[in-house]
Each structure stands twice: as C-alpha cells, then as structure tokens.
Design a protein around this ligand. Structure first.
Ligand SMILES: [Zn+2]
Length: 282
C-alpha cells in the first residue's frame, strides 16, 4: 500500500526515520520552555472572542527535542477571550512548556481534547521511549480529557489516565467553552475513534486530513473504508473552512477545505473503488 513511496510516521505512507530513532532510544526527550507567540505562529481569530493558537512541536514548544521536531505535531490552544477559558488539543511532548504558554496568554485551562489515541498526540510509550502527554497534564491540572468513546480505552492504556478524567464523546457532541460551542466530528479511519473539532468556521483535523494528504490507514485499528467516508464528511464542509492539521506535513501550515478539494490527491477519489485504487497505486 504505497508504503515505499513516502516516509511519514503518521501520514498515509509508512514509518519515518524518527520511528527508527525512537526504537533505538536516541530521541532527546527533555522539553524546553515555550517560545513566545511573535513571529512564525499566527493566532487565528475565528471572531472577536474565539482564537486558535497553532503550536508546532520542536519550534514553538519542546525546543531542542529532536523527536518532537521530526514528528512535527501541532498542538492547538483554543481560547475564548471573553471568559478567558481555553482548551489544549493533543497536548504532548512538553506539558510544562504548553502550560507555560497558557499562563503567558493569561488564560485558564479547562480541559483537553484528544483527536485520537496515538502516543505522539496524547503521550505514551513508543519503541522504548516515553513521550509525555495528557497523563502528566491531568496530574498537574485537574481537567477533563474529551476523547471519542471508541478511542477511550486506548488513551487509558497509552497514558494511564483514568476514567475519572475521561469524558467520552460521540459525533455531534458539543463542548461549551465560555460563550463558544465547539463541536466534535467523528472521523474514523486512522483509528476507530479519530475525531475532528469544529471551532467556529475552522476545523482541527488531527490525523484524518493533513495539508496535501491524509492520515495512515495501515495501522492497528485503521479502516480504509471508514477513512474514505470521513474524508467525504470533511469535504462536505463549506469550502472556506480553515483546516488545522495534526502534523505539519504540507507546503503550508494550514489550508481550507476548498483548497484541499482542488489540490489534495486524498480528496480526489469520488468512489470507494477509486479510493481503493489510489491507496493500492505504487
Ligand atoms: Zn495518529
């Protein structure tokens, strides 16, 4: 399944060099302080009160962490300014750095959203190394972790987070953040419980949709047919919807649904047969 074409750990095609490094225990895991927001990281204002702060691992936090930089995970700080409340989406790699960022922005963290159960998004053990994530976060801050019910057990197993911290959600459930309503969109395929988060007119897509490609469908729990349906669900969103992916794999850090429909090969197949043919292509 095109596994030799490209090498990205969470992208559709095969494992990357960082996996080999991780297996060999060669990654530097010490997280360093968070970098101020000026410069590369644009804060996206959905409206006067709702903000999305993209934070790239190894650049905006977890500085000096080779593994974090190679994996290129995005963590998103979603803030509602009227109330001063925020949530972190997929906090991992450097929890103290991320919490420092929350403090710098003078926000109050009220919870965590997990797009799915993988170690680079919620923390966990991989190939002999331990990546910190929501397990450490809930020890430092007593906040709930919203996860799709179908990935909840794997989040527990990967992170040690207990039932008392987990909030199991399903498609269409709403997270109220001050005066804003964030909506969970179940997008299985990469994992059974993969989910996206609608934030105003934007969507945080985890490992379902990246800029220019989609998440892997050859991992334990992956389901290629479900991924096809999930991508169709995202493609049906308004074309102006801003896409915030779970990794920085594309030419740009974010895109729109319209742009991805025009340019991404992952959104080109119009039938299950076309999709399967594309997946099987060399
Ligand atoms: Zn993943």
């Amino acid at each position: 399944m095109r596994s030799s074409v490209r090498r990205r750990p969470c992208g559709r095609f095969g494992s990357g060099p960082s996996f080999a490094l991780a297996a060999a225990g060669l990654l530097t895991l010490a997280g360093l302080a968070c970098r101020p927001s000026q410069g590369q990281t644009g804060v996206h204002k959905e409206n006067a009160m709702l903000e999305i702060h993209p934070l790239l691992a190894g650049r905006d936090f977890a500085l000096g962490n080779t593994g974090a930089r190679q994996m290129a995970n995005f963590v998103y700080l979603v803030a509602e300014r009227t109330s001063g409340l925020c949530v972190l989406v997929d906090p991992a790699w450097d929890i103290e750095g991320l919490l420092e960022r929350v403090d710098m922005e003078k926000l109050t963290l009220v919870g965590v959203v997990a797009t799915h159960c993988h170690w680079d998004h919620v923390g966990g053990r991989f190939g002999g190394m331990q990546v910190e994530g929501v397990g450490k976060l809930v020890q430092l801050k007593k906040v709930p972790v919203w996860v799709n019910a179908l990935d909840a057990e794997r989040v527990k197993a990967n992170t040690g987070v207990g039932d008392e911290s987990l909030r199991r959600v399903k498609d269409g459930d709403v997270l109220e953040l001050g005066g804003a309503k964030l909506t969970f969109v179940h997008t299985p395929g990469h994992t059974p419980g993969s989910q996206c988060l609608r934030v105003g007119e934007a969507v945080i897509t985890g490992d379902t949709l990246f800029v220019g490609e989609c998440g892997r469908v050859d991992l334990p729990g992956s389901d290629p047919e479900a991924m096809f349906a999930s991508l169709g669900k995202l493609a049906a969103l308004p074309e102006a919807t801003v896409v915030y992916p779970g990794h920085h794999y594309g030419k740009t850090e974010r895109s729109t649904i319209g742009e991805q429909k025009r340019t991404s090969p992952a959104l080109k197949p119009q039938s299950l047969d076309e999709w399967q043919a594309w997946l099987a292509a060399p």
